[in-house]
Design a protein around this ligand. Structure first.
Ligand code: DWN
Length: 404
């Protein structure tokens, strides 16, 4: 029997996806042997945490060869600049503040804090992206964060006024140890805020591609409030973010007597309305996921049978789940265009679809494009308005398969 990583209670399986490769494990050669793991999604009825059944050792995912860099999207760059501005406003009246970001990636947010002359430290376990952050003027320490590292940072720099992390907390299996570290490092009156894909959006849209090896947890207000409480911290605010297909930012402070905003009450009510505090809330998820996969595959097969080709747009981590679970391979997708230099000329994990530079897509006459980076739709549709105006079509698939 599997038990909850947060509270040790028994877990209930929501869905099984079969064997999956590492989502960011893009292959340089088809001869490479791939690491596979049985991917399942579970729910804890005690602390409401949705989580993977089996996980992959972090060193196999976040190492010197990590392929995802945050700064490939203009919208995300703007989003993180907004985060940095919010931090600066919060710290306006604090003398000599100290900001710590967990998983600072290429410094997309922290570089603004550095430019404002604020004392800061990025903690980033993937050495290659940490180098990019350094090049962006950010102070970075290449390590995983836990109680022991928090003690060291505190001894060297003092406690932090702000600790933050975007799309990081859901990646860390031993979240209790991270929260123990936060208890050590966060000043009284300081704030921890983090954002990650929101299980409410995932269930509402059936956007199951957010589920992959790197994402151990799928948070809700319900589960984050419980997690915070275990560590003498309190969930005080929630702010929904229109990024990564629907994310939630959670604000947490030390103690239990802080002012809690109306937004927390409202969001938790919405979560309870769709029963995210009960296994029943997840029952229909599997059926809608399977229906989307069936419809999508049928549509791609029809296009192929007509003699047309389909290419993919955005070799995302997410698409590893979509393509592998739906059984969509090189027979249905000619190639995937991506603007990340280190993904070009590689192959997608498990499905072995070649990844090509965006310039090749621009010179191509492909008329059907599977929008794998669907979370960047607004930005991509703006960029590809000529393609669409000349009859090119995008296929999107959440909450249902459509051509637009
Ligand atoms: O949590 C995570 C999130 C935040 O980022 C990670 N575990 C890894 C990563 O997930 P992802 O790979 O699914 O993220 P994106 O941002 O959806 O990836 C977009 C991909 O599409 C990148 O490879 C860049 C590419 N892209 C492109 O080729 N043209 C993106 C845009 C906006 C474009 O115009």
């Amino acid at each position: 029997m599997r038990t909850c990583r947060i509270c040790d209670s028994a877990l209930t399986e929501i869905m099984s996806f079969g064997d999956m490769p590492i989502a960011n494990g893009f292959l340089t050669s088809l001869e490479e042997k791939e690491f596979l793991f049985p991917m399942t999604l579970h729910f804890c009825s005690q602390c409401y945490m949705v989580q993977l059944g089996e996980t992959v050792p972090p060193e196999a995912m976040f190492n010197g060869n990590y392929q995802f860099v945050s700064s490939t999207s203009k919208a995300m760059a703007d989003h993180f600049q907004g985060n940095a501005e919010e931090i600066q406003t919060r710290l306006k009246n604090v003398s000599d503040p100290f900001v710590v970001e967990l998983g600072c990636n290429d410094g997309i947010m922290l570089k603004h804090i550095a430019q404002a002359g604020i004392r800061h430290l990025g903690i980033e376990p993937s050495a290659n992206v940490a180098e990019m952050a350094k090049a962006n003027g950010v102070n970075v320490s290449v390590q995983f964060f836990n109680k022991a590292t928090a003690e060291k940072i505190k001894a060297e720099h003092g406690q932090a006024d702000v600790i933050c992390g975007s799309n990081v907390f859901c990646h860390i299996e031993d979240l209790n140890s991270v929260f123990e570290g936060i208890q050590v490092l966060l000043k009284d009156g300081g704030v921890l805020f983090f954002e990650d894909p929101y299980i409410y959006d995932i269930v509402k849209k059936s956007s199951f591609d957010q589920i992959y090896d790197e994402h151990v947890y799928y948070f809700s207000g319900l589960s984050v409030a419980e997690l915070a409480k275990r560590h003498q911290l309190q969930l005080v605010d929630m702010a929904h973010q229109d990024v990564h297909g629907g994310s939630m930012r959670y604000y947490i402070q030390p103690g239990s007597q802080n002012t809690v905003t109306e937004r927390v009450v409202e969001w938790i009510q919405k979560e309870e309305d769709i029963q995210l505090n009960d296994t029943r809330g997840y029952e229909k998820f599997k059926d809608s996921v399977n229906a989307i996969c069936r419809d999508l595959k049928t549509m791609l097969e029809d296009i192929k049978q007509r003699g047309d080709k389909v290419v993919g747009y955005g070799a995302t981590s997410k698409s590893t789940t979509l393509l592998n679970y739906a059984g969509i391979g090189h027979d249905l997708i000619d190639y995937i265009s991506d603007n990340t230099p280190n993904k070009i000329n590689k192959y997608t994990p498990g499905t072995h679809i070649p990844i090509k530079a965006y310039e090749e897509f621009q010179q191509d006459n492909a008329r059907h494009v599977l929008l794998l980076a669907w979370n960047h739709k607004k930005e991509i549709f703006a960029k590809e308005k000529d393609f669409r105006a000349s009859g090119g079509r995008f296929i999107t698939f959440f909450p249902e398969v459509v051509i637009e």
